[in-house]
Design a protein around this ligand. Structure first.
Ligand code: N01
Length: 539
């Protein structure tokens, strides 16, 4: 942005230069749109730009995660690990930005503060934190589902005088743990990855765990050039397999129910899956493993045994094994030696269910029974998921309606891509969109292609406004809750059910995702497009 007084004008504004914003930019540019991406960070990459914490890496197979839209990219980019680490993932984002010369249409360091619909002009006006403004007919949010980091609500959280970092806002400079007394608060997927890596070099590590999570092995390995060539030759087959899959992962649920087989066969099947890399045990299990209590109990009992066998101290195992939810009913962290960390003499687990944190002070953390001194505190305390990044922007739609108010009791959307009362706002990977449960670039491609085709359709018809009808939104929202109601995950507090104890108004369960699966979602989108964008009012 060059002139503080001028209002920049575009056909479309995209908010966010992560993978969805980058691909959307490319597609709209190819269509001849005047498009501008505004990004709060200083470069591209989104999730992979912000989450630089030690141990951060994919838990989808790298070769299923990369974009599929460009043969050239598939030919030129090589993955060096089956589950690629953050530095390489960010390099991949930079490779895309360089290859398609994306940065010339991106403004960095531009955090959006507000967005307001101007009805008379059929336009959105976006205001940035520094007061500058931009206008466009279309507002496309590419905010990412997990991009609003949350700090724990603990008295004195700002008083600590040592080093402190949130995993989702990790600094760009190297951080050393050697000879330091380090605390990690939080044991979700970020905490599990960070703890495992930090334990390799730390002086002393103390993990503050409130709720243990079920974790299964990642089983990462290197990809040598010959293997990469073989993967490249199979890309079409790989993407076709992902496309037909519920979550667009490479692992397909087994068609059998857990009770269709004998206990011995079940055990052997669990062993086979447990030995496989990635989400095989979670996504490739019996078809009823995440919906039927008895099936889920069987898989949970199996993982319990596995965790116990890895820990020297069974009292510690009691603390690390979840008791309030079954395996896979919260997002599963994949790990590479996580449980073994607790066998190290320089690692201590503090179970906050027994001794809660009372406060943080200048030198460390006080629980109900002890004061711990630290040199560094790491907050692996997660995100205000899915709708949090929207809530941090003051979004005002038609008639002065606030998106925050509309979604106060949970999201209401049409296809997770548009909201009644918020014309011309398209929400890539938004709430109630299949992308939440998805191997995300697979669903980003579908979302962006749908939005691009919609905007192209409107341009050809001379239409300037698109908005979901109230009926279409209600029907979709009911359908979303109906698909979710079958999941055992709905009975558990997690970011999937919209619970975040650190955020006011996020204490009650709702449902943030779409559980009908990506193939069904894609089919629905295709039918809607084929029927002239049924459910949308186009003017
Ligand atoms: O966040 P989380 P995350 N006192 O919300 C704890 C994706 N991801 O950043 O469960 C003490 O899961 C909180 O405890 P509790 C993935 O989809 C992917 O780890 O609320 N503890 C929990 O343990 C993942 O699901 C990868 O009781 C407090 C933790 O902080 C999602 O991002 C890697 C607390 C937060 O866990 C989010 O994961 C990493 C407090 N006051 C993440 N407040 C890949 O591998 C919170 N906690 C691609």
């Amino acid at each position: 942005m060059t002139n503080a007084a001028a209002v920049e004008r575009w056909d479309a504004i995209v908010v966010g230069a992560g993978l969805s914003g980058m691909y959307q930019l490319l597609k709209l540019r190819q269509m001849g749109f005047k498009v501008r991406v505004y990004e709060a960070g200083s470069d591209v990459g989104g999730t992979w730009y912000w989450n630089r914490y030690p141990g951060c890496r994919f838990d989808s197979e790298s070769w299923t995660y990369g974009f599929s839209f460009s043969e050239e990219v598939l030919k030129e980019w090589s993955w060096s690990e089956h589950f690629s680490g953050q530095p390489d993932n960010l390099r991949y984002c930079n490779f895309l930005a360089d290859k398609f010369d994306l940065r010339r249409d991106i403004t960095f360091g531009a955090r959006v503060k507000a967005a307001a619909w101007h009805d008379a002009a059929d336009e959105w006006e976006v205001t940035f934190e520094d007061g500058r403004r931009a206008r466009a007919r279309f507002l496309i949010t590419a905010l990412g589902p997990l991009s609003a980091p949350t700090m724990p609500v603990i008295p004195g959280a700002g008083d600590f005088k040592g080093e402190s970092f949130h995993t989702g806002l990790w600094p760009h400079h190297p951080v050393s743990f050697e000879n330091k007394r380090v605390a990690v608060i939080g044991t979700g997927a970020s905490g599990v990855q960070a703890i495992t890596e930090i334990a390799k070099t730390v002086g002393h590590l103390t993990v503050f765990q409130r709720t243990p999570n079920w974790c299964t092995p990642l089983r990462n390995s290197r990809i040598e050039p010959a293997e990469m060539a073989a993967i490249r030759a199979r890309y079409a087959e790989i993407f076709a397999q992902c496309r037909d899959n519920w979550g667009c992962f490479i692992h397909t649920a087994d068609p059998r129910h857990a009770t269709d087989v004998t206990p011995e066969e079940r055990e052997a099947f669990f062993e086979k899956l447990y030995a496989m890399p990635g989400f095989a045990f979670w996504q490739g299990n019996f078809r009823d493993a995440l919906t039927d209590q008895a099936a889920n109990d069987a898989m949970t009992a199996f993982v319990t045994k596995k965790i116990r066998a890895r820990l020297n101290d069974q009292k510690l195992a009691d603390k690390l094994i979840p008791t309030n939810h079954g395996y896979g009913t919260r997002r599963v962290p994949l790990e590479s030696g996580y449980f073994e960390v607790y066998n190290q003499p320089n690692v201590k687990l503090v179970d906050l269910r027994e001794t809660p944190i009372e406060r943080i002070d200048a030198t460390g953390i006080r629980t109900s029974d002890t004061h711990y001194d630290f040199d560094m505190i790491i907050f692996a305390t997660g995100f205000d998921a899915i709708t949090g990044a929207f809530d941090r922007i003051d979004i005002t739609g038609r008639g002065g309606r606030k998106l925050r108010d509309k979604w106060a009791d949970g999201p209401h959307t049409y296809l997770g891509l548009n909201v009644e009362g918020f014309p011309n706002m398209l929400t890539l990977v938004g709430p109630h969109n299949a992308a939440t449960f998805c191997n995300i670039p697979r669903c980003i491609e579908q979302n962006v292609d749908f939005v691009t085709a919609l905007l192209d359709h409107m341009r050809h018809k001379g239409q300037t406004r698109v908005e979901a009808t109230p009926e279409a939104e209600e029907t979709w929202t009911e359908h979303v809750y109906e698909t979710g109601s079958k999941l055992l995950a709905m009975q558990v507090d997690s970011w999937i059910t919209g619970v975040n104890k650190n955020v006011a108004g996020r204490q009650k369960r709702t449902f943030m995702a779409y559980a009908g699966g990506a193939p069904k979602y894609r089919q629905k989108c295709e039918e809607i497009a084929a029927n002239g964008y049924e459910g949308f009012r186009l003017q």
